[in-house]
Write a protein that binds this ligand. Sequence first.
Ligand SMILES: NC(=O)c1ccc[n+]([C@@H]2O[C@H](COP(=O)([O-])OP(=O)(O)OC[C@H]3O[C@@H](n4cnc5c(N)ncnc54)[C@H](OP(=O)(O)O)[C@@H]3O)[C@@H](O)[C@H]2O)c1
Length: 251
Amino acid sequence: MPELSNPFSLVGKTILVTGASSGIGKAIAIECAKMGGELIITGRNKERLQETFLALQGTHHTQIAADLSNEADLEALIDTLPPLDGCVNNAGISRPMLTQFIEKKDMLEVFEINAFAPFSLVQKLVQNKQLKKKSSIVFTSSMLGVLCSAPGSSLYSASKGAVNGYLKGLALDLANRGIRVNSVNPGVINTNLFSEGSITQEQLDEQMQRYPLKRFGKPEEVAYAVIYLLSDASEWVTGSNLVIDGGFTLL
Ligand SMILES: NC(=O)c1ccc[n+]([C@@H]2O[C@H](COP(=O)([O-])OP(=O)(O)OC[C@H]3O[C@@H](n4cnc5c(N)ncnc54)[C@H](OP(=O)(O)O)[C@@H]3O)[C@@H](O)[C@H]2O)c1
């Protein structure tokens, strides 16, 4: 029987995923490995990173613990990376806070992890020519800061808005090398990022009802979109935002 070709296949692609020790990044790594990708996963927490590593289907995967807000860790990570076909900038923090309580140190912390670290990582990969021709860069952005915001989310939204501006310019800068740059923009996804906030179950239930599809998203549902953006199926897609929000921003 002839072999069926799959445009979403990641066979032969080496893919870096940041923030792979938890939540969406963990699901991205696991689902990309199922599609045949060779994964390099990174996160801060070594135990949880190892859990993700053990859940990866196939062989030839690598795990590298790194705090991306630490310049030395970032440099060490880059030094060990092979040429990449995919780079998923997913690590992030939320820090919900009303505007009047935000201090400069909070601004620096959120921007350091959500914006400056991925900007530096990508810049160094480009400078070192560690991104192959026709490679794909994906940012885990958010619907917040790009399409809408929420009370207590001004700082987080600002950081994701910065990512959005960056990726549009980057897509133009890298187009002549055939490198594509896109984002996934999720609504609320059931992960630690969301449940660790100060929100009560009652508030969560109320918020869930505001989603036309009447539930929050699952990490795997973001991972499937990332697979599309990393694969040859999206070869003519660059500078785009793929919204995954159960219809939330329709209203
Ligand atoms: N959950 C949502 O509702 C939602 C919605 C829209 C967008 N997003 C975005 O999705 C991404 C992943 O979030 P999540 O929900 O999966 O959250 P999560 O479960 O808290 O995972 C966050 C990941 O980022 C890593 N990370 C945080 N700070 C880091 C640092 N300084 N250096 C290296 N890694 C660091 C964490 O590593 P360690 O745990 O090892 O420290 C962890 O792997 C974030 O960019 C977030 O903004 C989430």
